[in-house]
Write a protein that binds this ligand. Structure first.
Ligand code: IPD
Ligand code: CA
Ligand code: CA
Ligand code: CA
Length: 281
């Protein structure tokens, strides 16, 4: 099967082609990883493929737009205060690409076929383009500010469930066991009894794409990073859904605790998390 390549110019075409090439490459390395290293903790993995794909995407984008800025997960020094750093980057650069080369590295390392490439473009501080590519299922999700979101050319739309009771939710467990894990566990404990069921498949970006496509009605996670969310957030909002911080505050590039839903169950989800104490004060 040929990779999903589009013709034409412009940021979206460049991002789609970069994601398609990167995705093909990741898939070709499945089962052949040479180096598995760790970052902030023993659960925080990085492989030569994460690093190689980030360079590949950077090169593909920079060939077209040499003056644009690039924020990629594997180029950020561990320990950088992420929220402030990302906000400053988006303020000082007219064009900022935010890239997660492999979202779902733990899955990739274990051969669990659920991971993706996530590429977003901020223009003048506004989230303008979002691409998520799942090379295993060959699914290309594309969102453009004001123009909607698409899966292989077909408009995506969030689900229609009105209550948690009828909803399938997604959650996630980042490697940070100190701060994020207790909050995510408390959230899971509060939500699970109220919903149809919960999935935690290990890729924040794909979970957001699945909210956009109506495959789950909502997704929430404490402890995310800008590159996990940027593309997916645009995809959800352009598909008719709602994204905020779990506190209810508006989403920004510096947001770490995210709730994304079909809009209809948003208040119930936030209230449940707040009442359980998971959301903090
Ligand atoms: C992680 C995945 C995971 C989520 C973590 C992310 P990575 O990204 O999206 O599902 O729970 O919060 O850090 O490290 O595989 O790119
Ligand atoms: Ca990572
Ligand atoms: Ca990620
Ligand atoms: Ca990653």
């Amino acid at each position: 099967r040929e990779p999903y390549i589009v013709t034409g110019k412009g940021y979206t075409a460049v991002a789609i082609n970069a994601a398609a090439k990167a995705g093909e490459f990741i898939k070709s390395r499945q089962g052949q990883i040479k180096e598995v290293g760790t970052k902030a903790s023993a659960q925080d993995l990085v492989t030569e493929v994460d690093k190689g794909v980030e360079q590949m995407v950077r090169r593909l984008v920079m060939t077209h737009y040499p003056h644009h800025a690039f924020l990629g997960e594997e180029s950020v020094e561990p320990g950088t205060p992420l929220a402030d750093f990302a906000r400053r980057e988006a303020e000082k650069n007219e064009y900022l690409w935010v890239v997660d080369p492999v979202d779902g590295t733990v899955n990739f390392v274990h051969g669990f076929p659920f991971y993706c490439v996530s590429i977003a473009l901020y223009i003048k501080g506004e989230l303008s383009v979002g691409i998520i590519y799942d090379p295993i299922r060959d699914e290309m999700f594309v969102a453009e500010k004001g123009k909607g979101a698409y899966r292989h050319g077909i408009k995506t739309r969030v689900s229609a469930e009105r209550k948690l009771d009828d909803s399938l939710l997604a959650v996630g467990f980042p490697p940070d066991r100190v701060h994020a894990q207790p909050a995510n566990l408390a959230g899971l404990q509060a939500l699970l009894p109220k919903v149809r069921s919960v999935r935690a498949a290990g890729s924040a970006a794909l979970h957001l794409a699945y909210v956009a496509a109506g495959r789950v009605s909502g997704y929430c996670e404490f402890g995310l990073s800008p590159w996990d969310c940027a593309a997916g957030v645009l995809m959800v909002t352009e598909s008719g859904g709602t994204v905020t911080e779990i506190s209810g505050a508006p989403y920004t590039i510096g947001s770490r605790n995210i709730a994304a839903t079909n809009g209809l169950i948003h208040d119930e989800l936030l209230t449940t998390l707040r009442e359980s104490g998971a959301a903090g004060e």
